[in-house]
Design a protein around this ligand. Sequence first.
Ligand code: COA
Length: 330
Amino acid sequence: MPDFVPVGIVGVGTCLPERVVTNKELETMIETTDEWIVNRTGIRERRIARSEEATSDLAVQAARRALTSAGVEPDEVDLIIVATATPDHVFPATASLVQDQLGCSKAGAFDLSAGCTGFMYALVSGSTFVSGGNLGTVLVIGAETISKMLNWKDRSTCILFGDGAGAVVLREVPRSTGLLASYLGSDGSGGPLLQVPAGGSRMPNCHQTLDASLHCLHMNGREVYRFAVRVMGDAALDVVKRAGLNKEDIDLFIPHQANIRIIEAAAKRLGLSMDKVLVNVDRYGNTSSASVPIALDEALRSGRIKSGNNVVMVGFGAGLSWGAVVMKWQ
Ligand code: COA
């Protein structure tokens, strides 16, 4: 077996826009009720970016906090990966803008697109650079201003999402800790179930696409729900097995925060009581690729992760895509 460098998360940071939009406020904008939203999704409020605030602005703030918490200087960063479905521009990459803003003069930078699973893909990708011994310090960011891609007249989608960013710093950690196992999945046949139809090379934006709101997020909620319930539990079980653990060994489960019913179904599948599950969907809604690092930060700050704990993180989303990791906290 070739030797590898054990890699783990040595710093975490987040950024959430100040503006809170409650379900009550949504009641004034669309035909909905606080009761419907809470019962069907568990969401009570979400954060929405200001009109002049772009994804890189949130990413930079989250990254600065992650670097500070890791005690890492910007010029020590070798690579920046930004997972986002809502980049500042088609190009240049949001990661390049972040690299400049942070002053990471020695870092390479690229964006990664895997819908709401983006952070999981970026975490696994970034880890391989460190574990292979090629790079020492990788900054992985999940950042979104998904509010800018929502059709605020479509009550079946606009109530679900929120903006935010979360960042982690990856470095070598003591042996037998850090990333124990990972699993990434994709089923592109489900692409049309969750997409922004226009604005790419298949359907460039024009007056007609704008009039039909095809530049906004479109979703078949019921089908995505069914997919999510299935893959969340399966991916978690798979990755736990790959790590040589049992589901009883899971100390904390950090799922993608899309819907409380999806999270509860996955917890049931894993036989986990809800006190082992991190839930903050009520306060932030679905922040897409930012949701897992935001939840991770909350878990660390509230003391829910202790040294030696096995933490399972799972994401799912557009693609369709899904991914999971197990980390033993150092
Ligand atoms: N307020 C009030 N009523 C609403 C509503 C809202 N915000 N949104 C939809 N409805 C209505 C529908 O129009 C429908 O009415 P009808 O029966 O008269 O046609 C009714 O509520 C039920 O709609 P349905 O889509 O069956 O509801 P649901 O129980 O499936 O819940 C979602 C809808 C979107 C909450 C649910 O499907 C879901 O969470 N899917 C997964 C979405 C997701 O996680 N996406 C991101 C993946 S990363």
